[in-house]
Design a binder for this molecule. Sequence first.
Ligand code: MN
Length: 510
Amino acid sequence: MTEKVMIFDSTLRDGEQTPGARLNLEEKLKIAKQLAKLNVDIIECGFPISSPGEFKAVQTIAREVKGPIITALARAVAADIDAVWDSIKEAERPRIHTFLSSSPIHMEHQLRKDPETVLQMGVEAVKYAKKYTTDVQYSLMDATRSEIDYICRVVESVIHAGATVVNIPDTVGYAVPEQFGEMIKNIMNRVPNIDKATISVHCHNDLGLAVVNSLAAIQNGARQVECNINGIGERAGNAALEEIVVAMLIRKDFYHNLHHDVNTQEIYKSSRLVSSLMGIPIPVNKAVIGMNAFTHSSGIHQDGILKNMQTYEIINAELIGGKAGQMSLTARSGRHAVRHQLNSLDFSMNDVEFEEFFSRFLELADKKKEVFREDLEALMAENITHTDPTYTLEYLQTVSGSKSIPAAVVKLKKDDEIIIQTDTGAGPIDAAYNAIDKITGFQPRLENYNLRGVTEGRDALGEVSIMIEYLDKTIVGRGTSTDIIEASVKAYLNGINKLLTLRNNGTGKA
Ligand code: MN
């Protein structure tokens, strides 16, 4: 019998703390549903006390996403725990996750409380949460910079108070594998009531060790790992979910006493969805899911691969659902074929949404000979973020070239009003953005600009993701088109529309 390692996904909580990776409710729900298909054990979907918008997103996920345990984060205070419970109580299997620091530096300088008081607060928080539900997780923030004797006392006390999962986070990414493994082993050996709870870990990647620290922990008794799709998260990110689950599978000779229940066939799709909705590109050399992860360029390696795949390839792209079936659609494919492909990609939409999608598909198919799965995914991702735009693009014309003054004419629609502006700039994109700023009255700062070809070929769809900052709010905007200037303008408008929605909802960030 192998023991199960629970996979706890925090893409929608810690992952969403990535600068600019803010998602709207529809986007969060879409990711949560995909995580359920990936068959993770627990979805942590937010920090409900932080804003009404966050609360509503957690509540919607708790109501609609079936399968995994649904949890959300609370500081060790009653108001936070109340907010978590109110938002998750309709889930099939709700869990309250509460946390408090355990390191001397945090207790002295941030909490300004002595260790005994902090321990008592933790115990009280667990007891309080326990009034609502049986499944309560307690995290010792900054555990890896805490004293082991103190950690053991806290773990014992919170288990005694009713915690069913105790998490040992490497909050600042300070741990090294042998030492961290030893720490987990110590906790397992020294805490007398340890059999009444599951030990979890939550590792950050500041030293590039998040995955290996997580693996060291499960070797030493941890049976829950917190991790995020594509390794996104605060600062250098969290342990990458896909790397942990694939490592456990490929090296099951080594992890022979352990297993997880993740459906690896859904990894590719989950990874692409998170990347495109959050506007965070996947590095080409990223383990397991990077574009080059299955590309062999050395002559000796290619020779070996042609003779036998196993000579130089330990992971098969099919394992993660990564082989894009060679299907392609054209302008003559018709509604039925397009709908069929969308269904096979698990995109469902009603007839009205489909008609709108189909007209955008035809527009693309006119410009591009073949439309691939990646193109459909890009169009769909654009669809999700287009919830009630304030401004829509009616017309765009730009001038650029050597020795010319870059200029743009932009026509936008707002409600029933059509507004036209022209401007110049350092290049055609700058000129168009300047014209848009004249219309909207905003002047957001462009912090980041990324352009990616969705597929191969000169007629490929260009996908632009940008990060804009305006009055302390950082927003990701996305746009796609075979014309990269149009894609850039769409991304800018998408960002501005999101900014306006955010201002109307008045939500803040955890
Ligand atoms: Mn974290």
